[in-house]
Design a protein around this ligand. Structure first.
Ligand code: IMP
Ligand code: MG
Length: 177
């Protein structure tokens, strides 16, 4: 399909490559959680596309909740403040939580978020991210499941935005600003 975009966007991972990776992650997660059920927590908005696709590839019982936090304005650099825009609907107490995120960049958002979830007494907390940008890490974050490790480029698509645009692209691409 031809997508109308205001910027040049160079494909980094095609839809097929992403789907293949999500299948592999789903298999691995299903194996690791055999006999348990998983409470998936989607970090909105970026994690939405990834979580819905990943959930379909997980074969153990799954429940879902959504939260919206961010440390971003409309720029392409993290400010470091966690803003809670929407909290979870359900308690995580005693549940095996898997946080699903689009990308770990500075690590600030997720390290703050994981601290917050720990205080709420989940049985276990793991982190699954579609993309990892380790070159820009400021705060250490332990990633349990990682789709792709990418260089320091600003990417969009598959849930990731530039100024709220391009989340709908089925591929991941570098925005040429
Ligand atoms: P962190 O707190 O710096 O790790 O930022 C994490 C959040 O920044 C992600 O959940 C994304 O929403 C956003 N972000 C970081 N890098 C990119 C990128 O390359 N494209 C789009 N969003 C990004
Ligand atoms: Mg995000």
């Amino acid at each position: 399909m031809e997508y109308e975009t205001q910027h040049q966007i160079d494909v980094m991972y095609t839809e097929e490559q992403i789907n293949q990776k999500i299948c592999e992650l789903g298999e691995q997660i299903s194996r690791d959680y055999a006999g348990k059920s998983i409470h998936l927590i989607c970090v909105l908005k970026g994690g939405a596309c990834f979580m819905t696709e990943l959930a379909k590839r997980i074969t153990v019982p799954v429940s879902m909740d959504f939260m919206c936090v961010s440390s971003y304005g409309s720029q392409t650099k993290s400010s470091g403040n966690l803003i809670m825009k929407k909290d979870l609907d359900e308690s995580v107490e005693g549940r095996d939580v898997l946080v699903v995120e689009d990308i770990i960049d500075s690590g600030r958002t997720l390290s703050n978020l994981l601290e917050l979830l720990k205080e709420r007494n989940a049985a276990s907390i793991r982190l699954c991210t579609l993309l990892n940008k380790p070159e820009r890490r400021v705060v250490d974050v332990e990633i349990d499941y990682n789709g792709f490790t990418i260089p320091d480029e600003f990417v969009v698509g598959f849930g990731l935005d530039y100024d709220q645009r391009y989340r709908n692209l089925p591929f991941i691409g570098i925005v040429r600003l």
